[in-house]
Structures are given as C-alpha cells and as structure tokens.
Design a protein around this ligand. Structure first.
Ligand code: SF4
Ligand code: SF4
Length: 76
C-alpha cells in the first residue's frame, strides 16, 4: 500500500462515480447507510494515491493520503 483513502461517510451520496474512476478497483458501495440514508462508498487497501476518486467526487467526500516518501519525490 503506497497511499490510503478515507471516505467521509456522512458527505457521501452513494453516486458511485468514485467506484468507476478507481483504476485499482479499490472502492465499492457498501451495504451500510449514513444518517441521510445513502449507502456510502467504502475503500479497500489497494490505493496507489492517484487521486482520481477525490477529484471526481461531487460531494468532496474523499481524502487521499500519500506515503511520505512518495510525496517528497513528487516535488522534485
Ligand atoms: S486515489 Fe486512486 S487508487 Fe486510491 S482509491 Fe482513489 S482512485 Fe483508487
Ligand atoms: S463519488 Fe463521492 S458521493 Fe459518490 S459514491 Fe464516491 S464518495 Fe460517495
């Protein structure tokens, strides 16, 4: 795992755009519902930190955390 993704479940509306965007099939729609009644997305452990899901999410419900080393080398 080179990165980690966190779904802010109370912001998620279960649209599934992030699921379609992920090149690693690391995201899926779960079977649990948030307080608004939406089945929110959940993440696995196979994230590469590309950020496609976070860019696409219309509800800004995804945070991507990259590993320290990777973030440092990306700046060079
Ligand atoms: S950052 Fe990229 S690899 Fe990670 S969950 Fe989002 S789309 Fe998938
Ligand atoms: S794109 Fe955003 S709102 Fe849609 S399922 Fe993914 S996290 Fe939820």
């Amino acid at each position: 795992m080179t990165a980690k993704v966190k779904i802010l479940k109370e912001r998620c509306k279960g649209c599934g755009l992030c699921v379609l965007a992920c090149p690693k099939q690391n995201l899926s729609l779960g079977k649990k519902f948030n307080a608004s009644g939406y089945a929110y997305a959940k993440a696995g452990d196979d994230c590469i930190g590309c950020g496609f899901c976070a860019e696409l999410c219309p509800d800004i419900a995804i945070r991507v955390f990259k590993a320290e080393k990777q973030a440092a080398s990306a700046k060079k």
